[in-house]
Design a protein around this ligand. Structure first.
Ligand code: GLC
Length: 521
């Protein structure tokens, strides 16, 4: 297995100053904007996503699309906008503030579907919300029999609205399978139209497990693209939307350097390794940041007491309040927090296999999440059996998540694979020590504790098995009880890490710049 094509962005980006005539202002060694007739024009980026905070969220993708464009917009020479579906969950209060721009028709196979274009500004970022009540006025965002059709519509609509906006992006930044058809449609149907000329497409994989796999009939019935393009989309006898994006996007990124390597390996790639390896230009991993203004234990309105690395007392109060809220008794053993989707790749099986042993150690569990029924039932059963030790909330409750980040001692995330993971970074910011498996972004963000050198921000284990998890929890418990000063130092080091978008946003700027340069050559 070769990782020849896998590069971290800092290795991959051309360094040096380049040509000022072509590329205008520079930031560090990277040029951000093109010069047109002596004018500096901002680089225009349109983020296309199926979810984005503050409008619609089911997972980390919403956090990223909710904070990266804002972080980029604060930089000189960047104009970032976001397009997403207008879901039922978008509140009347938000709807009242939206401006209606226009309605258009969007082809879905042989049909033409209504698409209303609404816009709203949040801070420095303009959002476009695309309306089609038939596709999006439903309870929930995904999991419908016609998801394929819904997101084919959305992807096509993103391209169709462009001439109506009076704003032409230089780059469309697509995310995950729901927007994977944008580069395919662009390549096949739009790139030679004058009003669409020279748009570049970046495709970011947030999770390679979800690829959008459907029967081949969707090519003619829903996509309306000539069947001789089937090879772009076909994989394993099916149509695979993510594979289409891997074939057609100008560049591909994923959300951590380690995951960029891992997904070239069949164990992690869910079949996409060969398509990725075939791309001569490689796949680049840029670590996600978190919104450090919102996730701040010194100001977070959702937690009972505020605190910082220097004034940590408030964290103890948060711990006490969390145990009270969850009706858990305190034996002074570590309180373990879990905030996750209850799906296999998050490592829930390992938690199941070790749960009783961890309870025997005296640990308390505060768990929040939803997902597969099997795991929801398991945690409910555990709560019923051990009501003083286990508390589970099934659902998506952001305020509760924050009380767990603040009140727990350990944050458990033993993922089988984890493209980036945001929760472990939030946990560290709130002084909760992560126990994680060394995979993807977990490996890139949690530095294993070294008791000799007194370094590290958490506890990690390499192999995906229950014994290793148990060993690691036991070790963490030992440090917690017997070396409390060391424990407190790990807490402090975690809180002092910089998880802001700063350096990652700069890397994205470099990536956009690199794509635009490629276009000029
Ligand atoms: C997905 C991944 C997660 C990542 C998030 C944002 O939800 O599973 O690891 O942090 O996307 O990129």
């Amino acid at each position: 297995m070769s990782f020849r094509n896998t590069i971290g962005i800092t290795d991959a980006l051309p360094q040096g100053t380049g040509s000022q005539n072509d590329w205008g202002i520079s930031c560090g060694s990277l040029h951000l904007c093109r010069l047109e007739k002596g004018q500096v024009s901002p680089m225009k980026i349109l983020f296309a996503s199926s979810e984005a905070l503050p409008f619609a969220a089911s997972g980390g993708l919403a956090d990223v699309v909710g904070s990266l464009p804002a972080a980029l917009s604060q930089k000189k020479g960047m104009d970032c906008r976001v397009v997403l579906p207008l879901y039922r969950s978008i509140t009347p209060e938000v709807r009242n503030r939206m401006t209606f721009l226009k309605d258009i028709n969007v082809e879905v196979g042989w049909r033409k579907q209504y698409c209303g274009i609404y816009t709203i500004a949040v801070g420095s970022v303009t959002y476009y919300l695309l309306d089609n009540p038939y596709y999006f006025m439903r309870d929930g965002m995904y999991g419908f029999y016609d998801d394929c059709e819904r997101f084919i519509f959305f992807s096509r609509a993103v391209l169709e609205i462009l001439p109506e906006l009076g704003w032409k992006p230089d780059i469309i930044h697509c995310n995950d399978w729901q927007t994977a058809m944008i580069p395919v449609f662009y390549r096949v149907l739009y790139q030679y139209h004058q009003e669409y000329e020279n748009i570049r497409i970046l495709y970011t994989i947030h999770n390679i497990q979800y690829q959008g796999v459907y029967g081949k009939e969707v090519i003619t019935e829903l996509m309306g693209i000539p069947t001789y393009h089937t090879n772009l989309l076909e994989f394993d006898g099916m149509v695979n939307l993510m594979k289409g994006a891997i074939e057609t996007a100008d560049r591909i990124t994923t959300v951590s350097p380690t995951y960029a390597k891992e997904i070239l390996d069949p164990w992690y790639s869910y079949g996409m390794d060969r398509a990725l390896v075939r791309r001569q230009d490689g796949i680049v991993g840029i670590l996600n940041g978190i919104d450090v203004v919102s996730y701040n234990p010194e100001t977070d309105p959702n937690i009972p007491k505020h605190y910082s690395a220097a004034k940590i007392q408030g964290k103890k109060d948060c711990r006490k309040a969390l145990l009270e809220e969850c009706h858990l008794t305190d034996t002074n053993a570590p309180v373990i927090g879990i905030v996750t989707r209850f799906v296999a790749h998050k490592g829930i099986q390992l938690v199941q296999q070790t749960f009783h042993e961890m309870l025997q150690m005296g640990c308390r569990f505060v768990i929040l999440g939803s997902g597969e029924r099997l795991y929801e039932d398991f945690f409910r059963e555990m709560q019923a059996e051990y009501p003083e030790q286990v508390h589970v909330t099934v659902g998506f409750v952001p305020a509760m998540a924050r009380r767990i980040y603040a009140g727990a001692d350990i944050f458990l995330m033993p993922s089988q694979n984890e493209p980036c993971g945001l929760a472990q970074m939030v946990a560290m910011r709130y002084g909760t020590i992560p126990v994680v498996r060394e995979t993807g972004g977990l490996k890139d963000t949690v530095v294993p504790y070294n008791e000799y050198e007194k370094t590290g921000t958490g506890f990690t284990f390499a192999h995906y098995n229950a014994d290793d998890l148990l060993y690691t929890i036991n070790y963490a418990k030992k440090i917690y009880f017997d070396h409390r000063e060391d424990w407190n130092d790990i807490v402090k080091r975690g809180m002092q890490q910089d998880f802001s978008w700063g350096s990652s946003a700069l890397q994205y700027q470099g990536m956009y710049d690199w794509i635009m340069r490629g276009m000029q050559n």
